[in-house]
Ligand binder design. Structure first.
Ligand SMILES: Cc1cc2nc3c(=O)[nH]c(=O)nc-3n(C[C@H](O)[C@H](O)[C@H](O)COP(=O)(O)OP(=O)(O)OC[C@H]3O[C@@H](n4cnc5c(N)ncnc54)[C@H](O)[C@@H]3O)c2cc1C
Length: 260
């Protein structure tokens, strides 16, 4: 990576909010235009810093939802999708107070492990994405990147949510799946299935991974993202099913940041 790109990643910069899209009752997508964006890979995250009038500072990490190509546009477009935690410090501000035109300090992109590269050495391998709740955000960036790059790597997404009202990107996922170019999506509802559905509710289990995922002998690249407990449970199930631990990449959306 170029030295200027590294400097860009490590330096705080002020972006402006250029758009806000409500996704669900508790989730908002924030569009930003970081002036010195060095580019990113699908799956990376960035850090957001809020500074109160009294100087108090809070930092949190957020996955980048948009495809790398959007970050290369002029001006760059970087999207975050943030879920509000009712007792949270930062997410209520980002989802309820932030308005178009507001500045937001950010630093990134961060992380070079949990990434999918359409031109990388494993670019034609089948891919299994397993998301719990807002853990779908970096996986959506991979799905968007696959489309933007014209990749035909076969992708399967297993997406676990509590109920249909908490699904993110539902229309876009349906549209991309209907394109019929190798993306398959399976929804798992832990509490309430869609009206009229005979699908049982419950957590992702061995049977789900066997029916909606890839068999281990296809050597898929596996990306699992969500709350810490979800990620650990799914990774254990995958290893027990015969997937090599080395092929499973995980990202945990546990508490992040605090005071810098
Ligand atoms: C690499 C990475 C990427 C992330 N990407 C996203 C993303 O794309 N979208 C998104 O909405 N969040 C994401 N997160 C989580 C995010 O960084 C914050 O932790 C989250 O927004 C809560 O911050 P807060 O200040 O509102 O809550 P806090 O004030 O930090 O915490 C409030 C309460 O909620 C608990 N808590 C904090 N975070 C979580 C969590 N993630 N799940 C469950 N309980 C929690 C705390 O223990 C505490 O009890 C990511 C985290 C990491 C580490």
């Amino acid at each position: 990576m170029e030295r200027t790109a590294v400097r860009g990643r490590l330096t705080w910069q002020a972006a402006t909010v250029t758009g806000l899209t409500p996704e669900t009752a508790a989730v908002v997508t924030i569009m930003l235009d970081p002036p010195d964006w060095p580019g990113h890979q699908a799956g990376q995250h960035l850090d957001v810093r809020l500074t109160a009038e009294d100087g108090y500072v809070a930092e949190r990490s957020y996955s980048i939802a948009s495809a790398p190509a959007d970050g290369e546009a002029d001006p760059p477009v970087v999207e975050l999708t943030v879920q509000r935690l009712p007792d949270g410090e930062v997410s209520p501000y980002l989802t309820q107070t932030l308005a178009i035109g507001y500045p937001l300090e950010l630093r990134g992109p961060v992380g070079g492990w949990f990434v999918w590269d359409p031109d990388g050495p494993a670019s034609t391998r089948p891919v299994l994405l397993v998301a719990g709740g807002s853990g779908v955000v970096p996986l959506m960036a991979m799905i968007r990147e696959r489309a933007a790059a014209g990749s035909r790597a076969p992708f399967k997404l297993i997406y676990s949510v509590r109920d249909p009202g908490t699904l993110l990107y539902a229309d876009e996922l349906a549209r991309r799946e209907q394109a019929g170019d190798g993306l398959e999506v399976t929804y798992v509802y832990t509490r309430t299935a869609p009206p009229g559905s005979s699908q049982p509710t419950g957590r992702i289990n061995t049977a789900t991974l066997a029916s909606a995922g890839w068999p281990p002998d296809r050597s898929p690249a596996v990306f699992v993202c969500g709350p810490t407990g979800f990620v650990e449970a799914v990774a254990n199930l995958l290893v027990r099913a015969g997937h090599g631990a080395g092929g499973i990449k995980t990202e945990r959306f546990g508490p992040s940041g605090g005071k810098p």
